[in-house]
Design a protein around this ligand. Structure first.
Ligand code: 5AD
Ligand code: SF4
Length: 451
């Protein structure tokens, strides 16, 4: 009989949210969560397929799990589910089941049925949101200040480099009432911040008339991301709201205005641009040009001058030349982003790029270009953070600084990390701190101001 389960997770914030969903589904069905692999009867490995490196790590982990397996049951879930050679892993008895991201509701039955039927495989992707009626119980989450809330799953964009539309399927949105209820519950539990998640939050759209609340959104027939943000910001004025990810083509002026209008919506936008070259953007099937991206950033900065901006970049995409790379560096120099996530291109089986284009930039060049991008970003981060010296920043305290236990760490509205000396504050408190110094990653504050 399987009773105790453990989850090991890789990849993005969506997977962290999914772990909480799975823990809720399984504990509601009398399974017991343990945070120690050796105490578990069942090990779940929640996987990521976005780059080859992530997959390689997981394949190595499977070898390790098998070396300790003994009588443990092993289930692979998440984004690698429909990519892995399941016949091989079942034949070698290295996995007992494989479940895709839209089938977690089946987990209790699958686990219970493993006695009769040793291997189970269900990677069917759904066109509708499957988890509308499950709110994560948060019993085992480490962070009690800030919580993810997934508002949509999957992606319809089909960027040519990306496996997400294949691993997570079409975009499906949760109902606004369901999202609001989840945020309210988090607030009641003492959470101070929600981070709304989706592969492309700005394309959120819900149009079931029955969910429209006249007093919140008058007479509109559908609820888009702007409406959703406003609804949460109005209903929960004491909770901070962040969101990720925004794709440039779907970022409307209305959304930017709502971010400005409400104090509790954080002034920070994650806006991946992937490449500064129009030629590469076209090959990637991104739906904007370099100029459109710049215009959008200028609109954001005009409406919200203190809004921070971060991005994702892929370096060394198929046929990327030195000139394309220079275009990326120049775009970065023009905007001087606050922060960025940078990756070497990884040629993923199943994508359009894999089928049609050649992964012809040598790894050495990819890495060299990545280094240049990282170096430049470090300079820009330092420049952006430096501008905060002598200002007073409102910080949500998230915990004790890892480097110095006499310091708190937290974030301001712009998502910058701030550390400052502990006096008599508490985790989860919002405090005002004067910034006295900075590195390229952190703001350093003085003692709390308003006590
Ligand atoms: N190779 C490298 N990076 C990728 N990303 C997505 N697919 C790939 C790939 N094949 C990056 C993109 C995306 C982020 C989540 O991961 O920059 O925005
Ligand atoms: Fe992938 Fe593009 Fe969708 Fe992002 S928007 S998940 S990069 S397909």
């Amino acid at each position: 009989m399987i009773k105790y389960f453990y989850i090991e997770s890789y990849g993005c914030q969506m997977n962290i949210y999914d772990n909480e969903l799975i823990i809720t589904i399984l504990t509601n069905n009398n399974f017991i969560y343990v945070d120690n692999i050796y105490k578990a009867d069942l090990i779940l490995i929640n996987t990521c397929a976005i780059r080859e490196k992530a997959e390689t790590k997981i394949y190595n982990r499977l070898l390790f799990f098998n070396s300790i397996k003994k009588k443990k049951v092993l289930g692979l879930i998440g984004c690698m589910a429909n990519r892995i050679d399941y016949k091989y892993y079942f034949k070698k008895n290295m996995l007992n089941f494989i479940i895709g991201p839209d089938q977690y509701r089946q987990l209790p039955n699958i686990i219970k049925s493993l006695n009769d039927n040793r291997y189970s495989y269900n990677v069917i992707l759904s066109n509708d949101e499957n988890y509308n009626d499950i709110i994560p119980n948060k019993l085992y989450s480490n962070n009690k200040v800030s919580s993810f809330v997934t508002i949509s799953r999957g992606c319809d964009n089909m960027c040519t480099f990306c496996v997400v539309p294949f691993t997570r399927g079409r975009e499906k949105n949760k109902s606004p009432i369901r999202i609001l209820n989840e945020c309210k519950r988090l607030y009641d539990l003492g959470y101070k911040e929600v981070i709304l998640l989706g592969q492309n939050v700005n394309s959120y759209l819900w149009n079931k008339k029955s969910f429209i609340k006249k007093n919140i959104i008058n007479k509109k027939k559908s609820i888009n991301f702007t409406n959703l943000l406003e609804m949460i910001a109005k209903s929960l004025p004491n909770i901070r709201i962040r969101f990720s990810t925004s794709n440039p083509q779907d970022m409307s002026i209305e959304v930017i205005k709502i971010i400005k209008k409400y104090n509790n919506i954080c002034k920070s936008i994650h806006l991946p641009f992937q490449s500064g070259s129009n030629r590469i953007l076209k090959l990637m099937k991104r739906k904007y040009t370099r100029l459109e991206y710049i215009n959008l950033v200028e609109k954001i900065k005009n409406i919200i001058p203190d809004c921070s901006l971060s991005y994702d970049i892929i370096t060394g995409f198929c046929s990327e030349t030195n000139k394309d790379h220079k275009d990326t560096l120049n775009l970065m120099k023009y905007i001087k982003f606050d922060f960025g996530y940078m990756f070497c291109y990884s040629h993923r089986k199943g994508t359009y790029a894999y089928k049609i284009l050649k992964d012809n930039v040598p790894i050495k060049i990819k890495k060299y270009r990545l280094k240049e991008i990282i170096r430049l970003q470090r300079k820009h981060s330092y420049y952006r953070l430096k501008k905060n010296i002598n200002s007073i920043q409102e910080v949500l305290i998230e915990g004790i600084s890892k480097k110095n236990k006499n310091y708190w760490y937290g974030r301001n509205s712009q998502n910058s990390i701030i550390v400052f000396p502990k006096t008599n504050e508490n985790i989860g408190e919002l405090v005002n701190v004067k910034i006295i110094n900075n590195t390229s990653a952190t703001l350093i504050g003085d003692n709390v101001e308003n006590k």
